[in-house]
Design a protein around this ligand. Sequence first.
Ligand SMILES: *Cc1c(COP(=O)(O)O)cnc(C)c1O
Length: 348
Amino acid sequence: MSTRRMIDLRSDTVTKPDARMRKAMADAEVGDDVYREDPTIRVLERRAAEMFGREAALFVPSGTMGNLLAIHTHAERGQEVVCERLSHVYNYELSGMSSIAGVMPRVVIGVHGLMSWERIEPEIHPLQDHRAKTGLICLENTHNMAGGTVMTAAQTRAICDEARKQALPVHLDGARVFNAAAALGTSVAELTAAVDSVMFCFSKGLGAPVGSALVGGREFIEKARRTRKALGGGMRQAGVLAAAALVALEDSPALLPADHARARRLAEALAELPGVAIDPAAVVTNIVIFDVAETGMDAWGAAARLVANGAMCSPVDKTRVRLVTHRDINDDDIDFAIEGIRKALGGK
Ligand SMILES: *Cc1c(COP(=O)(O)O)cnc(C)c1O
């Protein structure tokens, strides 16, 4: 049996809990969190709220549930939710906003995933005889499918200030908001100060095994907590998971700039290959998306060659492939992956 070396760049969700996380999990004080008696969950929720300068936080099993709870809590059934065409809430959450929260997405096309008020404003409607009312605006930072692009605090605030004039709440899908903050050299509190609520993931760039958090006002979080229970997300002695998330929150933000530098190295290597389209300067966080249309291969063909050469990746559409750096990838792994990428795509 051969043990071929594989560098797993499919996603930053593939990380495994490190020794410090596993120790914290084994030692965690726990209780029944549905009774609000899990001390480790309480510490985590307080810490998350504090880091984002919010009144309250809620630990949830996944980012998808966090976004769904936010949409369900902010918007009413029959309303519209403004979101970007390539956004995660619109494309990768099994249409839960429609099937469960009962709202309809109203899609805006962003520039590299970035929405502006000029693009959002025409899509906002008051309730009329023929139109559903807009109930919420959803932003995404970093923007996953636009290639980990970031939105600044000023750009976020510009949208939120206008939304507030129309009494419209704004939710941020901040699955990778720590990556955005690291790339912009700011804190997550400053970056997200203008939005009404944020979902962020412990299980992505921060490297925890499970979980996300929803942060916002106390009343909003109380309402979301009841909906979490209704959806089957009430967890009992989940402090074992919160313990790992606490370690991730403490240790991982400082590691993100290195992940970003490694993603940039991948992008620079890709840019040298014939037929591969990518702008390395646009890679500012841990996601690298490149187009293989001009190589004569489709995304699946290119992905198969990459895997055969030791670099696991994700095709994202017909011609684009995604690589993601994360906590379990070091500089040597990147050297090896680049060598594989050159072998896989350099020949055509
Ligand atoms: C991963 C991700 C989520 C949530 O995903 P889960 O797998 O449900 O935790 C939400 N938004 C974005 C942008 C993501 O990348």
